[in-house]
Design a protein around this ligand. Structure first.
Ligand code: PGA
Length: 265
């Protein structure tokens, strides 16, 4: 088996695994350590979580570790990156359903500590509501860890590519976003048809993501190779939101597979 390699790219640490499943084991172990260290230090751990296909094996492994008695979520709070808008939490395609099904239903986490944006908030209140989410995270002392995937268009959460300055992009708060055409195309399979994908979503902003005490980014497969190279080697730009992670590089760990690393050199 090929060994795990570490590459340093302009101060960012990238760990390249022979397979996505090995990278996901490492991610689950990292999250477990974070929970243990944060609960020892502060009596609680606050995790920022992600959805999509990428983190599924991480959640499977966390459930297995919990069942084996290796980790408890009793003192953990979670904040998910995003949720479609509008959508009911009970909808099969909602990220609330995804998280309950793949993670929360199998853990000892108290039910009032798993936070996802509610896609039923009336439109007139959505901006205030998104800002409230940022205050909830701050009131808990901030995120100990943010787990991230990256979209093929470089989005993190649903912070989609835009033409604002880097200065503005780094300050983007949680808010309602119009989804990018690539995001809509990539979500089509989950909804059965692109026309059924909600056109908007609530997302945690760039600023609260970058404020996390540690950030774990996962990218797997050949479809992520080009955007990964742009995020790590390219200039920081709001056109590639994942490149904004360079501003927090000392706190970011990239866990990728060989296929995603193909363009890193
Ligand atoms: P994926 O999505 O894990 O389904 O590839 C990643 C993302 O859009 O952040």
């Amino acid at each position: 088996m090929m060994p795990v390699r570490s590459i340093e790219i302009a101060g960012s640490t990238v760990r390249v695994f022979p397979s996505a499943s090995l990278a996901c084991v490492a991610a689950a172990d990292f999250i477990t350590r974070t929970i243990q260290e944060a609960t020892e230090a502060r009596g609680r751990a606050v995790l920022g979580l992600a959805t999509g296909h990428t983190p599924l094996p991480v959640y499977k492994r966390l459930v297995a570790l919990h069942r084996a008695g290796e980790v408890s979520f009793r003192d953990v709070s979670t904040y998910n990156l995003d949720e479609y808008y509008p959508i009911a939490p009970t909808d099969l395609q909602s990220y609330r359903t995804y998280m309950d099904r793949h993670l929360f239903d199998h853990l000892d986490i108290p039910p009032n500590r798993t936070h996802l944006f509610d896609g039923t908030v009336p439109e007139a209140f959505v901006a205030d509501y998104a800002a409230t989410f940022d205050r909830w995270i701050a009131a808990e002392g901030g995120l100990d860890l943010q787990l991230l995937g990256i979209g093929r268009n470089g989005h993190i959460g649903f912070n989609e590519p835009s033409d604002v300055s880097v200065h503005e992009a780094l300050r983007l708060p949680s808010r309602l976003m119009a989804l990018h055409p690539i995001t809509l195309a990539d979500a089509a399979a989950d909804f059965g048809d692109e026309g059924l994908v909600p056109r908007r979503a609530l997302t945690i902003g760039v600023a609260p993501i970058l404020a996390a005490r540690s950030i774990l980014v996962l990218a797997f497969g050949p479809k992520k190779a080009e955007i990964l190279a742009q995020a790590l080697r390219g200039p920081m730009t709001a056109e590639v939101p994942a490149s904004l992670l360079q501003s927090a590089r000392a706190r970011v760990t990239w866990l990728v597979d060989e296929a995603a690393a193909a363009r890193l050199g």
